[in-house]
Design a protein around this ligand. Structure first.
Ligand code: BDR
Ligand code: CA
Length: 328
């Protein structure tokens, strides 16, 4: 059992510009303790994601947080080279982060998650903002894992919104639908944060400017990265801004943003080879009658939140130096 009064969190990511912004947010969030980070291929490969993660932790002076490299390839398909057109060739918009001063932790990300689940049995929370390969690997390695996890928050999927990597599929789920199917079927409570809400939360250039003006090295580095991300999203929104996918999932996991419409419903992941591959098929047929949780459903699908994220995110990340939590 944990002896920490704070909430231990395992963070699984494919760092990535919005992953980096989510990490900056977590580092500035006194509600949780970052117990460990696992990386996975997605936006970039798992090793580069770990380098990026260690670089950000170095800037934050958080050498205490273990980082393990997870899966390079997906369960059924090889890693395909990521999304350099969205996140840059190094995953962080061509920004140079410090060369990591320490090695990654021994063992895989799945090993780290399982170890932390024993150290904080019943209390460990999981936040996954990349493909779900590491979580699926951990479940396969230890089928009792789900019993020791307090909750899982996932950035992924598209419930009623359009996809972003295919007409119907969101990138994290589409990269590894087999892993997503296993994770969503496991007996742990999941909060799924899909494109329906993440695309509705955006950073404008003035939010980026607040990060750039901050005296926090983490905030200014992430502010630099957002230049590349905003270039990409200009085409989606028709103005210079960026979606806040992973930071919204982080803020929901932390508890600063509250879902106000998040029914627990059956969610099926399309694992076929057809045009629906990677789609999250959410049974929202009861949505017009108010509360319509399905008995026994373990996945809550976030369709609306209590307030916009951007100002809170900018304030918290820009104040990182003042808000760095004490370590467990
Ligand atoms: C998700 O895909 C990645 O590109 C982002 O980091 C985010 O996790 C959005 O579809
Ligand atoms: Ca991500």
């Amino acid at each position: 059992m944990t002896d920490s009064p704070l909430r231990p969190l395992y963070f699984d990511c494919d760092t990535g510009i919005d992953d980096a912004l989510a990490l900056a947010y977590l580092l500035a969030s006194p509600e949780i303790v970052l117990a460990g980070i696992g990386t996975v291929s997605g936006n970039t490969d798992a090793r580069q994601a770990a380098r990026n993660t260690l670089g950000i932790l170095d800037l934050a002076g958080r050498e205490d947080v273990p980082v393990s490299v997870g899966s390079h390839d997906f369960l059924a398909r090889p890693y395909d080279g990521g999304a350099p057109y969205v996140h840059g060739s190094n995953g962080v918009g061509e920004v140079s982060l410090p060369e990591p001063a320490r090695p990654v932790a021994d063992g895989t990300a799945a090993d780290l998650l399982i170890r932390l689940s024993h150290e904080h049995a019943g209390a460990l929370e999981v936040l996954a903002v990349g493909p779900l390969t590491n979580l699926a690997a951990a479940l396969a390695q230890d089928p009792t894992l789900a019993d020791r996890i307090a909750g899982v928050t996932i950035m992924g999927g598209a419930a009623l919104a359009a996809g972003n990597i295919t007409p119907v599929a969101e990138a994290n789920i589409a990269n590894d639908p087999e892993a997503a199917a296993a994770v969503l079927a496991a007996p742990w409570p999941v909060t799924l944060v899909p494109l329906d809400v993440t695309m509705e939360n955006v950073f404008e250039t003035e939010h980026r400017d607040r990060l750039l003006a901050s005296d926090s090295p983490v905030a200014s580095a992430v502010g630099e990265m957002l230049d590349f991300y905003m270039d990409f999203y200009t085409n989606s929104y028709g103005r210079r801004c960026s979606a806040l996918h992973d930071p919204l999932a982080a803020a929901i996991a932390v508890g600063s943003i509250t879902p106000v419409n998040a029914p627990a419903v059956p969610v099926v992941v399309d694992v076929t080879d057809g045009p629906g591959r990677g789609q999250t098929v959410c049974d929202l047929r009861g949505q017009r009658r108010g509360a319509f949780d399905h008995p026994g459903a373990t996945v809550r699908v976030v369709l609306a939140t209590d307030r916009p994220l951007a100002d809170h995110l900018a304030d918290r990340v820009a104040g990182t130096a003042r808000e760095t939590p004490t370590t467990a």
